[in-house]
Structures are given as structure tokens and as C-alpha cells.
Design a protein. Sequence first.
Length: 191
Amino acid sequence: MATNISLCTVPVFFATSEGQTRKIAERFAAVLRDEGVASTTYDVAELEDEVIDWTLVRGVIVGASLHAGKHQSAAHAFVSTHASRLNRVPSLFFSVSLAAASTNPGEPRKAQEIANAFPAVHGWRPQAVISLAGRLAYSQYNFLIRFVMKRIARKEGAPTDTSRDYEFTNWVRVEQLAKDFAQPFKQSAAA
């Protein structure tokens, strides 16, 4: 049975596979709250049957992780369903991938191109599309994926010790993006 969800001033929606995009979404929301802007995170996979009240929304951030050149189907479904709402307010899309952390210049460029294409295919026009480095989550992978990821990591010069995970997210950049995004909402609240 569907329930009604009333959103805050700047909701941060996300789709995640191993949890890094959730972690980044939570940091965006925490910084927005620190800046005096009401913000909460929402996993789009949990919203499929929900009725969403957009009345209080003044801005939106959406994030999804990139795997084998594709974002999660739940992210596609959410943005496709809500593109007209997303276009009514300032918005930002962030895409999380290991390719964004690559030392091979072609890899981050390709990750940004895929990120840029995601909103456009749904008719969404965010003010910014950001590609962020994620995490090499060996502990989250099954045997086959761990084997494949270790081979890719070796080829890229990334860590290959599968007994631990490696985080590549630039948290300073995430926090600055959140502070920049908060500015118009802080100014309108002060007026």
C-alpha cells in the first residue's frame, strides 16, 4: 500500500549498489543541514510505490552509481517519472564511479560523458552534472566480481589487496558542492 511522503526543502535522492552513493548522498544532506537548509536522503529503490508530495521542495540533488557503463534502473525509473518536477527547481546530478578516479585521462572523461547523458535521456535539465570517484568495495563483491575488479585494478595501478576496501571519493569537493548548492536557499530564507 502506497504512503504519502512529504519532502523537505532539498531532498537528496540516490540509487546505490555497494553503498558509496548512499554515503555521498548522506554527506550532501548533512552539509546542507549544517548550512541551515532542511535536507533528507531518500533511496529511490524504496520510493517506487510511494506518493510524493513536492510542495516544500525548493531544490533537488539526485545521485546514482555507474557500473559497466550504466546507472541503476531504479535511478532511471525515478528520474523518468519525476523529470518535470526536477525541472521546476534548481537541481544537481552526481554520478559515482571508479572510472572517475582513474589516472588514465580517458576514463574520467568517459565517466563524465555517461553522467552527462543520464539526465538528458529523461528530459531532465539539472544545473550541474558531476562525476565523483567512488570506492573499490572488495568486501562487497562476490568471488567473480572481486577477481574481475582486482584484474582491472592491477591494470589501472589501483590497490589489489582484496582484504579491504579503498575509498577514492573527494570529500572536500562533495562538501563544497553542497555548500555552493545551499547558497540560494540560505539567501531566500534570510530575506
